[in-house]
Design a protein around this ligand. Structure first.
Ligand code: PGA
Length: 252
């Protein structure tokens, strides 16, 4: 079965509720939100998540949290749990984004527990992986990314594999304006799919969607999305502009 394309917007630490509502208004001028061909998922900051996911237009899109705590509840001041994200009417969560890995010291074992918690909270996780510039230049990047996939999925329940999405985001391409060439991205996506096929089965591997992220914008999306193992994009900077983000939809 063909894999349905995902176009996801990661707003990071940007957008108040009002700015998010303005974004939605502008975005919905470009597309009939009830008729989207792709799955469109927005990851706003937690403070805007409930308001936007429950908005009349927002209701027609999918929503997610940018992070979750590994525990389901408890004395973790300042943290957000999986059930709280669900409570906002959001169905998705990003896990192990490179900014979490590098700025907040998240390691593969923690990321694996968060992946498990996402499933236990009835959320669909997007496991983010990707090598740093140093790792790319060392020539070890294929192994590095495969290791992140295997370790991040160490505790992932087999029954939930149909809910798994992976995002390959080379760290050197995030927010830098540099993108992996379509061929380099395709090579890595194929490598991730082969890794999944060794972990599970070929049928499972070919059903899991693998997104590309790192300076995706309307000008470079067509050649990336045309690659056979690239099933859409996880978009940071360009997702903040509703016109640019809208232009990423419907690319064939
Ligand atoms: P970018 O961010 O599109 O601004 O490079 C992508 C991401 O961090 O998910």
């Amino acid at each position: 079965m063909a894999r349905k394309r995902i176009v996801a917007g990661n707003w990071k630490m940007n957008m108040t509720i009002e700015e998010g509502r303005n974004w939605l208004r502008s975005f919905s001028r470009h597309h009939d939100l009830a008729q989207l061909v792709e799955e469109v998922i927005i990851f706003p900051p937690f403070t805007a998540l409930a308001a936007l996911a429950n908005d009349e237009q927002g209701n027609l899109l999918q929503w997610g949290g940018q992070n979750l705590h590994e525990a389901g509840a408890g004395a973790y001041t300042g943290e957000i749990s999986g059930p709280m994200i669900r409570d906002c009417h959001a169905g998705w969560v990003l896990v192990g984004h490179s900014e979490r890995r590098t700025l907040f010291q998240e390691q593969d074992d923690l990321i694996s527990r968060k992946m498990r918690r996402a499933i236990d909270s009835d959320l669909q996780p997007i496991l983010c992986v990707g090598e740093t510039l140093e790792e790319r230049e060392s020539g070890q990047f294929m192994e590095v990314v495969a290791r992140q996939v295997v370790r991040g999925l160490a505790d992932f329940p087999q029954h939930a594999l149909d809910r798994l999405v992976i995002a390959y985001e080379p760290v050197w391409a995030i927010g830098t304006g540099k993108t992996a060439s379509p061929q380099d991205a395709q090579d890595m996506h194929q490598h991730i799919r082969e890794t999944l096929s060794r972990l599970y089965t070929q049928a499972v591997a070919s059903s899991i969607r693998i997104l590309y992220g790192g300076s995706v914008k309307p000008e470079n999306a067509a050649s990336l999305f045309a690659c056979p193992d690239i099933d859409g994009g996880l978009v940071g900077g360009a997702s903040l502009d509703p016109d640019q983000f809208a232009a990423l939809l419907g690319i064939r």
